[in-house]
Each structure stands twice: as structure tokens, then as C-alpha cells.
Design a protein around this ligand. Sequence first.
Ligand code: ZN
Length: 246
Amino acid sequence: MQYLILSDIHANWEALAAVLEQVAGRYDRVLCCGDLVGYCADPNAVVEWVIKNVSAVVRGNHDKAAADIVDLDWFNPSARMATFWTRKNLTAESLDYLRGMPKGPLPVEHFQLVHGSPLDEDEYITGLSEAWQIFDYLDKDLTFFGHSHIQGGFYRGWGRVDRIRKTDPKSDSFVLKLSDGVTYYLNPGSVGQPRDGDARAAYVLYEPEERVVTFARCPYDYSRTQVKIREAGLPDILADRLASGR
Ligand code: ZN
């Protein structure tokens, strides 16, 4: 069994399509750590694809916001504008699906999916100071999370909590071999709006039998996504940031 694990697609169809082309024939099931919509201009295409192809998914804060489950007080102005735009442009079928998405943690076999943290789906786990606190609350020794849009994650083992690096900008992927007795909190990175300084779409392939996680990046034509964002009247910053991966 090979899992393709995605997160934070954010209605970026070009990034998703490029990832799927790159991994074609190399996975059996697709999982997603949330945030299907928000920021980019193809929410329905992405949600329709998820409905047909993803076998397990947890909701993200943007999915909740688009489905009108939360108020937007803590969204920044461009995220809020994108949410209003998304609400207006979702089909009834997409909206229904977003409303019904489950809250993490969601168990899948021997591991689990969350959006932010095991305690709070909206919490950002970006640094070691946040990461060391969550390990006592993990029910599984392998968890995939999203929300931060930063590929890599953290582990606890060998008497320490430490970071797992993201894929080097000069290479397409790196392989992490899981060790026994170590707890892993891993972020596949964002498909649709990377924020780790690498504009390429991010994803993970996970092979449970071999205990191997491959962190990968995939270049895509973000200029098309940028044109769609601008034509939709979404904030310019949402288009600009795709070029820098910030
Ligand atoms: Zn997100």
C-alpha cells in the first residue's frame, strides 16, 4: 500500500494537477489534512476531485470558514476576502461536502490525520517550542498534519524533540525512514500555497510496509493560477505570494 498524502490545496487546481501527474501510478490511496479551499480560484474543481478520489480527509480552518461553521474575526483581510469569494462561488454540492468534513484527529490504519494540532485543529505548530508540547497528546506514533504550510515536521525520540527538514530546494524529494520507538508529527507541506520559501507544490508518499516517508516537491505553472486569482478579483497578494512560496 502506498499513500499519497496532501494538505492545504487551497483551490489551486494547477498545483494539484501537477502533483497528480508527477505521482501517477505510484499510489493506491489519497489522504488529505484539510484546507481544500480558500486563497485560489478553483474551489469546486478541487472539491469535486477530492469527493471522487480522497479516501480520508479532515477539515481545515478554511473549509470551516467557507462552510460558514466559524466566524472570521481572526482571519486576516485577504483570507477573509477569499472566504467571502469562495462562499459566493461554491456549488451546493461542494458546500455540502465542506459542511460534512470530519474534525481531526482521524485514525487511518495505524496512523492519524489532523489539521493543526491534536488538541486544536486551528493551532499552528511551526516551531520546536510548540512542537514539544503536543507529543504527550498524540494517540499514534505517526501523525500527519497541515495548517502551517511548512513541509517537514517534528519527531520525539532518542531523548529529544527535533525538527525534520523540508526537501532541499535543489532536489525533488528526500526519504525519511521511520524508526521504532520514535513518535513522528509530519507535515506533507502545502499543495496550493507553500510558505516555506519553496514555490513548488509539496506532498508526501508514505509506504507503511517499508516504513518509508518520501517528502517531495513538484514545480507547476503558477502563472496560470495567478491569472485566475486576479481575474476572479481576489486580492493580488494571494497571486504574488505563489511565486515566492511565502
Ligand atoms: Zn491552509
